[in-house]
Design a protein around this ligand. Structure first.
Ligand code: ADP
Ligand code: MG
Length: 296
């Protein structure tokens, strides 16, 4: 590889809005045959909105009170679910109490002390595994219905009891379906990989034309999925934006961070798409291949 050809490649890259980590990034795109896409913030805008607040009948809270408690616990989180909840509470003019001892579990949820009690917000699986909490009926059935309809439901618990759930909805990026068509045209097999539930994952996959879907992935199982594909002989480009994607981005043959994403995702990647447009990822693969042809 001559330095001049690489400079040309990276110069065109910056015109496209791509930051290329170094010559090895171009080299790595050569054999890529699979593109694994994170859902939230990568295929979708990550601008979620609250669709429903489901206070558990036995919990004795009104929907607005439940939303205020969730907003308090989520105030310290940058996750799209958290931003949606805080925005909705603000839009309704709710008095959101302060929170202390906030901690986030990437790909699972958050915990904080609100009004002297521990509040946890996150997936049903995390509530079961980390907090030994099960979701009572009829809330469990309501959550299942919301998820089957493509929603993302997060469970809320306080003081050892499940209080309810908040259902949020995500929006597919306008260029996502076109980007998937370009991946396929470049001979790349698209795979959707998400920590979200099956219903939400399949709704997005169907909207953009992806057949292979892996849902309810933890940050560790995102890494496992990339490694398993590599073991099967695939050369994997991983595209993601979150802390939860960092390990998978680093393990992939080519890691691509969406520019609006977290520092952890960008640091773990070979390429950053500054404006976060998914079609630019396909353009980046095409550019890298063309640049390598120039070099050889
Ligand atoms: P994705 O892989 O789609 O980017 P994440 O790994 O970030 O999703 O999150 C997976 C799931 O974990 C979310 O769908 C949500 O149910 C839960 N979760 C993650 N962060 C939070 C949070 N701050 N509050 C509530 N739930 C969360
Ligand atoms: Mg994401």
């Amino acid at each position: 590889a001559t330095p001049t050809a690489l400079l040309v490649g990276t110069g065109r890259g910056s015109q496209l809005g791509i930051l290329i980590g170094g010559p090895q990034a171009l080299e790595r795109t050569r054999g890529v045959d699979t593109v694994v896409l994170d859902k939230t913030g990568t295929v979708t805008t990550g601008e979620m909105r609250v669709d429903a607040v489901l206070a558990a009948p036995g919990a004795g809270l009104r929907d607005a009170e439940l939303l205020a408690v969730v907003a308090a616990a989520e105030d310290g989180s940058e996750h799209p679910v958290a931003r949606a909840v805080v925005r909705a509470a603000r839009a309704q003019g709710l008095a959101v109490p302060g929170a202390e001892q906030f901690t986030a579990a990437p790909g699972a949820g958050v915990q904080a002390v609100v009004d002297g009690e521990v509040v946890v917000v996150g997936t049903a699986r995390w509530l079961a595994e980390a907090w030994a909490l099960t979701v009572p009926e009829p809330l469990a059935a309501q959550v299942a219905t919301a998820e089957a309809g493509g929603g993302t439901a997060v469970l809320v618990a306080r003081g050892g009891g499940v209080l309810g759930a908040v259902v949020v909805a995500d929006t597919v990026k306008p260029e996502a379906a076109e980007a998937v068509r370009r991946f396929v045209a470049l001979g790349l097999r698209p795979v959707l990989l998400t920590g979200d539930n099956e219903g939400a994952a399949h709704a997005v996959a169907a909207a953009v034309g992806i057949d292979e879907v892996h849902a309810r992935a933890t940050p560790a199982s995102k890494l496992d999925t990339v490694r398993r594909l590599q073991t099967e002989g695939r050369s994997v480009a991983m595209v993601g934006d979150g802390v939860n994607d960092a390990a998978a981005l680093a393990a992939a043959d080519l890691g691509i961070a969406m520019g609006a994403g977290t520092d952890a995702a960008i640091a773990a990647s070979d390429i950053t798409v500054v404006n976060g447009r998914l079609t630019v990822v396909a353009d980046a693969v095409r550019l890298s291949r063309a640049t390598l042809r120039t070099i050889r």
